[in-house]
Each structure stands twice: as C-alpha cells, then as structure tokens.
Ligand binder design. Structure first.
Ligand code: ADP
Ligand code: MG
Length: 358
C-alpha cells in the first residue's frame, strides 16, 4: 500500500469537487489537520471512515486503496490485490501490537494423548487413537489422510464441538477439554473461527446476518459492524448477494462469506475442514493466499483438513493420519511450494505402500 500515492489521490479527488481540506474534514467530522496528514502521506484514514470518504469523493474503496481510478477491466485483478491490503490494514494495529508483545514461537495448541471412541448400538469405532502434537502460533498446519482416517473427528475435538474419550487439548493455556459445555461454547465463540466445505452458514440468516453474527459475538459497535461488513463484502466480491440467503448464492460466494465471517472475528485459531473442496481453482487459490497472509502477517494459526495436495502445499507442516493415528509429518522449511508438493505426494505414495509399518 502506497500511503503517499493514496494521499495524493485523496487531494486530487477533493480538489475536483472544489473543496478545501477543511471543507472535506468538516463533512467527516474531523479537523483539516487530519485531512492534511492523509494528503501528505503521513497517515491513513481510519477504516471506519472509508465508506463515507469514498462516497464524498465519488470513488470506490478499491480506488482509494489503489490511489488511482480503476478501469472496469482492471477491477477483477485489482480486487484480489486490494483485498489483501484491506485485511492487512484493518486487522492492523491491534494485531500488530499483539504480535509485538507476544513471543513469536509461542505454542498455541497442545494435543496430548487424545482418543475418541464412537459407540453405536453394537459397534465401537476408535476414530482417533492416542494422538499427540503441538502447534506454534502463526503456523499453517495441514491434516491429510484417507476418508475415514479420523481427520474430521480430530478437528472437532480441537474445535470443542466434540469431547474426547481420553486425553487433553490445550489452546493458549486453557485446557478446553476440562471446560463445562457452557464455557466451551463461549470459548469457541471468542477464540475460534470455522470454515467447512459445506454447512458453513445458517440458512435462516442472510449472508449479511451470517457475517454479522461473528461481530455480534465480539460486541463490535453497530456502526462499526456495518462498516466492516460492507468493506469485507466488497473485497470478497459478495456485495451484490449480502441480502440473499445462503441457498440463493453460488458455492464460491458461500465460501467467501464464510471466510469473511471467520476473518471478521479475528480468531486465535481458524479450523478449516476441506475449505477448498467445493471451490473452483481460482477461488481456492484466493482463499489459500488469504490463509497464508493471515498466518504470516498477523500470527493467526490455521489448522486445515484437506485431501487436496495442492491446497496442502500452501501449509508449513502436514500431519498424515491413518486409522485414527498420526503416522507421519512433513515440514516445509525453506522448500518452495512446488518442491513441497512433490514431497507430500511422495509421502502419500510411501504411506499407501505401507511404509509406515516398518
Ligand atoms: P475423515 O474426516 O478422515 O474422513 P472421520 O473423522 O469423519 O474421518 O471418521 C473417522 C471414523 O469415525 C470413521 O470410521 C467414521 O465412520 C467414524 N465416525 C465419525 N463420526 C462418527 C459418529 N458420529 N458416530 C459413529 N462413528 C463415527
Ligand atoms: Mg472428514
């Protein structure tokens, strides 16, 4: 984001409307000094002002962030770029401070000897079998494995949606497996974000209300809530569908809405179960890029179940599950994404051949 360019663009648009800095400031309830600071690139308008500033200057938020008028043809590619900027800008201060004060290599998740047995009438299924692992804050961890290997069960145990038969789950120093049902629900709302392949959204609420849900939980002021949702909706190209119900929009739009909701809540951990499963490759890559950016820039931790090798190659580390156990792990280290993808494929083949037995 080029603050000086944005400042110059604000000045250009303001002059076009024939206003002084003070006249523009007045309409926004600010002093002329604030506008002067933007225009010289010394500061950026607060996100809560974006909408009113843009409508006064008759420009789009995309154009404001790009610091230039954007033609219709360029809009699509610019939108992706600007999405990153806005999330970065908006998550900005608070998260940056948190990151600065926190130890970067802090452990956020510790799973200790966790097992889950499902008992039905005449059958017991050991869905997760004595699993232990740790996850550092800000890392992007993938869980892979064949269908039925226990990935979703493991994720649900961490998500506090399900309770383990045995073992402990510690998230940020809280042993969540010890919490009461009521406390677990509160913990889930305050610290976790969810993205699933399907059933992400409540069908009885509109897209707008679905995103708002995350912010209601965080006690975000009503005016800020509207602001945040319209910004995110515009960035994620779902503005035209915010008043529709989930079953009235496409799968890609539903998933972008789910992403907006997960990001809006600024959770400590995002738990994603096959999030790209129903998306086309463009939408999938866009989502994965957002995930990587959230980890790198803001220390968000992401745990993603996937059976897609391409999606997995975006991760820092992969845990491979088989019959409820973690049978292997791979770290990306300094590897390029294509090299990591090859390594993941090799590991899958090795496991299929029974390599884990030896
Ligand atoms: P994955 O996500 O890797 O496909 P799951 O975690 O969904 O695997 O399932 C692991 C095993 O547990 C499977 O054998 C599945 O049939 C069983 N299972 C999952 N959920 C339940 C349930 N609610 N009741 C009984 N068995 C279940
Ligand atoms: Mg599953």
């Amino acid at each position: 984001m080029d603050q000086i360019k944005i400042g110059a663009f604000i000045a250009e648009c303001r002059k076009k409307r024939g206003w002084t800095q003070n006249q523009l400031a007045e309409q926004l309830g600010l002093t002329g000094k604030a506008v002067s600071k933007w225009e010289t690139g010394r500061s950026m308008p607060d996100l809560s002002l974006f909408s009113s500033l843009c409508s006064l200057l008759e420009i789009s938020v995309n154009e404001l962030m790009a610091g230039a008028y954007i033609s219709e043809e360029e809009l699509r590619s610019k939108t992706d770029e600007v999405l990153m900027e806005v999330i970065t800008n908006w998550l900005g201060q608070e998260e940056r401070e948190r990151k600065a004060s926190g130890d970067k290599s802090e452990r956020i998740l510790k799973v200790s000897n966790v097992s889950k047995i499902y008992e039905t009438e005449n059958r017991k299924t050991l869905a997760v079998d004595d699993v232990s692992f740790e996850v550092q804050q800000g890392s992007f961890v993938g869980i892979m494995g064949k269908s039925g290997s226990g990935k979703t069960t493991l994720l649900n145990l961490i998500a506090t949606i399900d309770k383990p038969t045995d073992g402990k789950v510690d998230i940020g120093g809280q042993i969540i497996t010890d919490l009461s049902e009521c406390k677990r629900a509160q913990f889930r709302r305050e610290h976790l974000g969810f993205i699933f392949q399907e059933y992400n959204l409540l069908d009885t609420l509109t897209i707008y209300e679905n995103i708002a849900l995350a912010l209601t939980v965080k006690d975000t002021l009503r005016e800020n809530r509207n602001q945040i949702i319209s910004e995110l909706a515009e960035r994620l190209a779902i503005t035209s569908v915010v008043d529709r119900y989930p079953y009235e929009v496409s799968g890609g739009q539903r998933q972008r809405c789910a992403c907006a909701r997960a990001v809006a809540a600024k959770p400590d951990i995002i738990l994603a179960d096959e999030p790209t499963g129903a998306l086309d490759s463009h939408a999938a890559r866009q989502l994965l890029d957002i995930f990587v950016m959230l980890c790198r820039e803001y220390g968000t931790t992401i745990l993603m179940v996937t059976h897609d090798v391409l999606s997995a190659s975006y991760c820092d580390r992969i845990l491979f599950m088989q019959d409820g156990r973690i049978e292997a792990a791979l770290s990306r280290g300094q590897m390029s994404r294509p090299d990591f993808l090859t390594k993941i494929l090799e590991k899958i083949v090795w496991m299929e051949e029974g390599g884990n037995v030896f």
